[in-house]
Design a protein around this ligand. Sequence first.
Ligand code: BGC
Ligand code: CA
Length: 296
Amino acid sequence: MTARANAVEVALPLDMDLGESPVWSVADQTLYWVDINRGRVFAWASGDAAPNEHDFAHSVGCLALSEQGLLVAEAPALVWLDPRSGERWPTNAVNPEWEVDGGNRFNDGRCDPAGRFWVGTLNPEDGGASLYSWREGHLVAAKRELRIANGLAFSPDARWLYHTDSPSRRVLRHAFDPESGELGEGKVWIDLDAHDLPGVPDGAAVDKEGHYWSALYGGARIARFDPDGQLLAEYPVPCSNPTMVAFGGVDLKTLFITTARQEMDQAALQRYPLAGSLLSLRVSTPGLEEPSVTRR
Ligand code: BGC
Ligand code: CA
């Protein structure tokens, strides 16, 4: 059964340039997310009127929950952040692409169900981006020759890893072994062309029934696919660039949606005044609880 299409609401009016990486902490009852281009981490506890903000010197691609609070993918390296005190500690995991050829920043990432952190990079022109996992102290490449690593998510049984190179407009599915962290070859699982869907697949989240909720950047909607990659529903959003989704709230049935203002001209911004805000949508199937980073 598909979810009743409730209305998309404004959770927080914001002017984010590139809002991304929403992650709900069940323990903290807090939504964390980033503005990549401004190098900013947001922490918004349930019931609070406004979020707390933590600024970084470089862009921040994504974040994950951890025992230390948060793990933040700041362009040069992964960093621990205590979102309560604002304190930071370095990790030994440097971005292997930051010091080479002008530097590819971090992009989409998340923690896998076994507590291992994964993060991709971005290199739209040359296709020199990669997807890494953090193991034995380093970021080790699992996929190469990408342009915009995005859409990373795992099936509820942790046997599938979903990932997209956004410009390809396809989401691949890889067989996944959570214990070893090894992935099989990627097979096309979702093809936006086949569904006549606009935009590119950006960030995503999986619900308890294994449905993949994908933010279509440039497509002004969220699309929901079943575990076989079939399109189930589309949820229009009031701006062209939704970037990623996360299930949160006490019942994990509030779908938070980050959005972007980047690359929009004045006319587009006037047409979509909500671009850059944090949006939300009530849904009928709860999301999966987000794991914390425990391996490194
Ligand atoms: C990237 C953006 C990009 C968007 C759509 C995001 O993950 O950070 O820079 O425009 O995906 O591909
Ligand atoms: Ca993204």
